[in-house]
Ligand binder design. Structure first.
Ligand code: SAM
Ligand code: SF4
Length: 323
């Protein structure tokens, strides 16, 4: 399964809800978004059918995301359904981690392989201020719960914002000395209807790495095996985990893009940005084959996005498109 530029597409990110129990400053307005009507959202059986039809075309790896996927009831039952599809080798979850301590065991038992936990601060008051909800999130507790359940690798995603949490870069990096976790610093993308965050808050990854170097020299590292994404990894001397950077604002990695996205309401999006999408839901509900629509979507997958030129405005929040 290749697109018109010869990129092999084997990775699908599946958004299972547009809703969230957080309101992260960089992602969602405090009052929420106009939520999708329930009847438009794909049922677990429908998501499973999409994957079942795409797997023979070369789909190998899945990531369940949102919104916040853990707030949709019975998440483990979806993972169990997806796990049974021949050809699917790897199932990952992206979560804000709030519900991981109570769910990790069931998710692992259902067949979840790996998890990415978003965490923008190690200080409880600051977590609540950035997420604009106080749900007592504690990264170390969440990641340990995943670890104890046998989920691996564990990646931690930190969106770095100048003047908001950039003073914690070294604290996050220090976690990798004692935990086998992969802490990845993401450049803030000032997208959606952000009112308080601008390009002034973007901290280029070079600057982030400079701060990490205050702890010791950084050696390039391959990072976790089987990684699907654009992160570049390093290791501090003697550390058991790694530090990574993801640089959507200062670099593009479109030429290596191996992914497409399924939105909660059944649209196949071939690029995170822009309007490249094909509605699968109606064909699915009419019982029509999806492969032709998928081939059409891939033929239209753009060569690259223009986020770096677009600046603020006009882009949808990542929670809507399954970031
Ligand atoms: N709710 C889950 C979570 O927070 O991990 C999954 C969905 S969230 C949209 C996926 C990832 O997108 C998170 O790591 C989040 O930090 C990141 N993200 C959302 N908006 C972003 C932005 N404007 N800039 C950079 N990263 C962003
Ligand atoms: Fe929710 Fe994730 Fe967006 Fe934060 S980044 S508001 S946790 S979807």
């Amino acid at each position: 399964m290749q697109d018109q530029f010869g990129r092999r597409i084997e990775y699908l990110r599946i958004s299972i809800t547009d809703r969230c129990n957080f309101r992260c400053q960089y992602c969602m307005p405090l009052e929420g978004l106009p939520w999708l009507p329930k009847q438009d959202i794909l049922r677990y059986e429908e998501i499973t059918e999409v994957v079942r039809q795409l797997a023979p075309l070369g789909l190998r790896r899945l990531r369940i995301t949102g919104g916040e996927p853990t707030i949709r009831p019975q998440l483990a039952s979806l993972i169990r359904l997806l796990r049974q599809i021949p050809g699917i080798e790897d199932i990952a979850l992206s979560t804000n981690g709030v519900r991981l301590p109570e769910m990790a065991h069931d998710l692992a038992e259902a067949g979840l392989d790996r998890v990415n936990i978003s965490a923008d601060s190690l200080r409880p008051e600051r977590v609540a201020a950035i997420a604009r909800r106080d749900l007592s999130f504690d990264l170390v507790r969440a990641a340990r719960a995943a670890e104890d359940a046998g989920i691996a690798p564990i990646k931690v995603n930190v969106v770095v914002m100048r003047g908001i949490n950039d003073d914690e870069v070294a604290d996050f990096a220090a976690l990798t000395r004692v935990h086998p976790w992969h802490v990845r610093f993401i450049e803030l993308m000032p997208v959606g209807e952000l009112r308080d965050l601008t390009w002034e808050h973007v901290v280029p990854s070079e600057e982030v790495l400079q701060r990490v170097r205050s702890l010791g020299a950084l050696e390039p590292d391959q990072g976790p095996v089987r990684g699907n994404g654009p992160a570049v990894y390093y290791r501090l001397p003697g550390a058991v985990g790694t530090v990574g950077v993801i640089t959507p604002m200062t670099h593009t990695y479109c030429e290596r893009c191996n992914r497409v996205r399924l939105t909660a309401d059944g649209r196949l999006r071939t690029c995170l940005f822009g309007d490249h999408e094909v509605l699968l839901r109606d064909a699915l509900r009419r019982g029509e084959p999806l492969a032709p629509l998928f081939t059409k979507a891939l033929a239209e997958k753009p060569k690259e996005h223009h986020l770096l030129q677009m600046r603020i405005g006009g882009l949808r929040a990542l929670s809507e498109v399954g970031g």
